[in-house]
Write a protein that binds this ligand. Sequence first.
Ligand SMILES: Cc1cc2nc3c(=O)[nH]c(=O)nc-3n(C[C@H](O)[C@H](O)[C@H](O)COP(=O)(O)O)c2cc1C
Length: 307
Amino acid sequence: MWKDWVRPLVRPLPQWSTVAVAPPQQMVTATLHWDGKSADVTADHTVASLKPLVIATSIDAGLHPFIEYRDRTTGRLLGTLRLERTAYVVTEDTSLTLYHIAAGEHRCLGWPLRPWNAWLQNRLMLGNQGSPHSALEPAAVQQLMIAYLCPRPVILVSVDAPDHRNIFPMDLIGPLERSGYFSLALRSTNVSMPTMREVRRVALSSIPATMKGVVYKLSEHHKQPLMDWDALPFPARLTREFGIPAVASALRVRELAIEHSQEIGSHTLFLGRIISDESLAEGTQLHHTAGFHQAYRRRQNLPLAEV
Ligand SMILES: Cc1cc2nc3c(=O)[nH]c(=O)nc-3n(C[C@H](O)[C@H](O)[C@H](O)COP(=O)(O)O)c2cc1C
């Protein structure tokens, strides 16, 4: 149809695509390269702050490493992030390395559609101040999308203290495999941030793709605490060690004992150890990836299932 051909020329791809993926995602690998060395960081890198955009990994890869994202099946390069080491997060047992992003480019669209689509996306975002990342520079949002070439799983985080309870969605999450830590990067304005620093324990529910609507609705709880656990729109189950209400229909429920927290730019990075891990069901989990990644998969006739 002529419309399928004309549409990408006048309308940008969506920045984000919400997809159903069996965890852990295996379709895209992330490899860190530095000084002639390389390491697989598919399960060992995360976004630690959005403003500025900061990546954390367990590996100290020198001053100017880069991450390559590749299609695991074909080996094809999908995108690259060029990093600049800025700082370390030092905990009692180990240290993590923080990197600013110096530049990024993806290969999911051919030229000239690639710069044209970025221009259309940036123009739409700048005209819509209500969009989720409108406070970021357009170049940073394009780089963030490259970091999402590895589809990011969505979890619900539950916090429970005598005077504060809450449950909200997150996808800026670990693991940071080599360090043994699991990380959460939470905007420092989040209403539960002080309680999490104080009680140092949370429950993480891995969310089935079918729960997308409920999960997006719970994003209001980044700003307002939950009044009552009975007010949840789904049944809850108590976690094994901490007795925190988690999602009864979750694929998996883990408990995280927080050992370290630190402000990094716009976010607070929480580092903790998983102290219990219950697998409850098989199925696909809600994930986010970049819209241009889904467009690439569509061209390969291997689109991810959108929800
Ligand atoms: C699926 C999903 C995942 C999210 N993940 C995170 C996260 O990892 N860290 C974070 O600080 N906020 C996260 N948020 C919250 C949003 O970035 C935003 O702060 C929240 O939706 C409130 O939006 P508002 O400030 O535009 O009203 C997430 C929201 C959704 C819906």
